[in-house]
Design a protein around this ligand. Structure first.
Ligand code: SF4
Length: 658
């Protein structure tokens, strides 16, 4: 385990909302945790062969009442811990395979489970195998964590009655203070945060602290991955026997994003006093960081001198503490020749403009925030495409990791792919190809005259040009879209409407459940390759990591395909408009799950109506007016602070948007 952290918990910011999260401590910056060390720890845990698990006598015997497992987790419980009254699809086989993988002595089991396989139920069954208090010594970890990077996934868990024994805790900004006069104040800005030595008389009834206490004492504590990582080293949520990470495919990228240090006016309270110089390399960045740390220290001393601070000052203090902690971590890592982290720095607009400092390899970061938090791990996703590459990316030894493949049980004819390619959508060819895609979209709208459709535009620039062309063609009455600022609201409005409108979206390939008539068809405008202007992508490609590049794009395509077919009797068509998607399928074929390769092999060219804008909008304007009337007469639906779905994009905690 890492050495204990300092006595003062540092408020942390959510990496995306940049809101202070909690009474948690920053992942320890200094101690070196390499993949080698991680493997060593696991090797120790795993040393005895699995057939001896139930009979080995250890010192823990004196503390136990029930069957003793020296490894904690007891995979034989997995069937009993499955929460549904009956199995469907391939769940029974999946449980059997997961059990066998743990019993074979693996520390980590990757469960590649496609849409509709009931991943959350499998996750609950795995968590139920964790060692119980009655079987453990005072120092042995017990119970389980369930965590996911997707807020929407946590919301789904919260609303699933089969999962009601998962005890959910969210960040402080999801709860309101209950003190008189403060009932509209989120907990992260409440008097206990603002005022030094404030002692709350009703803390035992505080919704945040109540939920936290309950989660801390229940068998399965459920939280977002952001909250989970931020509680590394905390006394409340330390280490448990089993950790289950749902939607885990982006773990490496997510950790990189989380560990990225953005230096810009809204994250650097002392920006005006300390604008960045020209930052050409890491040496420049480290020097600038040192100056910022000193400026942050001075301002923090001023704030700490006040007996009471207002909410704005509390927020400033939190940002300063976060900034200081991040920058010290970066400087220490950068100056340590033994450190495993590789850093890259971006300042696209030169002197005086924002600077981004990014760690390239998240393994060390994940070591402390994730891998040291449990004895056994299960990572679930439809799109963990390559076991070895995934393990390398997140700092795991593939020798100690098993992959369980769950087959797709939805009929393949319900999830067809169609080739409507119109050319390449690379930057050089886009001007020529995009108008053709706009025309084929009009033909698709005519083909699906009464059905809602989704267009994955890939970028706001493509979305805007497509929207302009569609308006020019006269089909704008059936088109809906969003900007960065209103994506939640526009998405919700499109979903609520019964009209067969087409939604032009950006970065909605994940975490979107469009079951049934919510959407019957979708179009992918561009192969979703990572942005080569990102310094991390650039660096990886310089290192020849082209397989990673193709795999990342394929993963996004597979995720996108899963948006419109959500149940065995659901159906939805996916159309591919960019030639590069076909090229991608060839290059990344080796990493395709069989069930997706089958879809690709069955891909056909559809028989679409001729281009006729009039045929694409027949009746649409009447339906649209009717729908608007219905919506405006609706209740509007209030929302509670604890339900994050209504306030945030379901994708907001997954990937940043352009
Ligand atoms: S602990 Fe007390 S002051 Fe703090 S948020 Fe809860 S009720 Fe408000």
């Amino acid at each position: 385990m890492l050495p204990p952290l300092g006595p003062s918990p540092l408020p942390l910011l959510d990496p995306l909302s940049r809101q202070p999260v909690n009474d948690v401590r920053r992942p320890a910056p200094a101690p070196a945790l390499s993949a080698v060390r991680l493997v060593t720890r696991f090797s120790v845990i795993q040393e005895p062969p699995r057939t001896e698990n139930k009979t080995v006598t250890t010192t823990t015997a004196t503390f136990t009442n029930g069957p003793l497992s020296p490894f904690g987790v007891d995979p034989s419980r997995i069937e009993d811990a499955f929460p549904a009254p009956e199995y469907r699809g391939a769940q029974k086989q999946a449980l059997s395979d997961i059990r066998a993988a743990f019993e074979a002595g693996n520390d980590v089991v990757l469960v590649r489970a496609p849409t509709g396989s009931g991943k959350s139920l499998l996750a609950r069954a795995i968590a139920g195998c964790a060692r119980e208090g009655s079987q453990a010594s005072a120092t042995q970890p017990i119970d389980a964590f369930y965590t996911t990077p997707q807020v929407s996934q946590l919301d789904d868990v919260a609303s699933d009655s089969l999962l009601d024994d998962l005890s959910i805790i969210r960040g402080k900004n999801n709860y309101d203070c209950i003190l008189p006069g403060e009932t509209d104040t989120p907990v992260d800005q409440a008097p206990c945060v603002r005022e030094r030595e404030f002692e709350c008389q009703v803390k035992h009834r505080c919704p945040y602290f109540s939920d936290r206490a309950i989660a801390a004492n229940r068998r399965i504590a459920a939280m977002t991955l952001a909250y989970f990582m931020q509680t590394a080293g905390s006394d409340v949520f330390g280490t448990r026997d089993v950790v289950v990470i749902d939607e885990a495919h982006g773990l490496g990228e997510w950790a990189e994003m989380y560990a990225t240090i953005d230096l810009r006016p809204d994250t650097v309270p002392v920006w005006d006093a300390r604008k960045p110089p020209q930052v050409d390399d890491l040496e420049d960045a480290a020097a600038y960081a040192q100056g910022l740390i000193q400026a942050a220290d001075r301002r923090l001393s001023e704030l700490r001198g006040n007996a009471e601070i207002d909410p704005e000052e509390a927020a400033e203090r939190d940002r300063l503490q976060q900034l200081r902690s991040d920058l010290k971590w970066f400087r220490e890592e950068y100056q340590d020749p033994e450190a495993a982290t590789t850093w890259v720095v971006d300042q696209p607009d030169g002197e005086g403009s924002p600077v981004t400092v990014k760690p390239l390899d998240p393994e060390r970061f994940l070591g402390h925030t994730v891998w040291e938090r449990g004895n056994k791990f299960a990572l679930l996703s439809a799109t963990i495409l390559n076991k070895d590459a995934f393990c390398r990316n997140v700092g795991l030894d593939p020798e100690r990791v098993a992959l369980v493949d769950v087959p797709h049980t939805f009929p393949i004819e319900n999830r067809p792919l169609y080739d409507v390619t119109q050319g390449k959508m690379t930057y050089e060819h886009r001007e020529e190809t995009l108008p053709k895609i706009a025309r084929v979209l009009v033909r698709l709208m005519a083909h699906h005259l009464d059905e809602k459709g989704l267009v994955h535009c890939h970028s706001y620039a493509i979305k805007e040009e497509l929207e302009r062309l569609l308006n020019e063609f006269g089909v704008g009455s059936r088109i809906r879209s969003h900007e960065k600022a209103d994506r939640d609201g526009q998405l919700a409005a499109w979903q609520r409407s019964d009209d067969p409108n087409v939604f032009l979206s950006v970065k909605m390939e994940e975490a979107l459940d469009l079951e049934g008539d919510l959407c019957r068809w979708q179009l992918l405008c561009k192969a979703p390759y990572p942005n080569t202007r990102d310094s991390r992508v650039e660096r990886r490609l310089e290192d020849g990591q082209w397989a990673w590049y193709y795999r990342t794009a394929l993963r996004t395509v597979i995720q996108a395909c899963g948006r419109v077919v959500r149940a065995p009797d659901d159906y939805g068509a996916t159309y591919l408009a960019d030639d590069s998607l076909l090229d991608l399928f060839e290059r990344a074929r080796v990493d395709m799950p069989d069930w997706f390769a089958e879809q690709v092999d069955r891909m056909t060219t559809p028989d679409l109506p001729e281009f006729d804008p009039g045929a694409a909008t027949v009746g649409a304007s009447n339906r649209s007016r009717r729908s608007q009337r219905n919506q405006s007469s609706g209740s509007g639906g209030g929302s509670s602070r604890s339900s994050s779905r209504s306030k945030r994009s379901p994708m907001a905690d997954v990937w940043d948007t352009e």
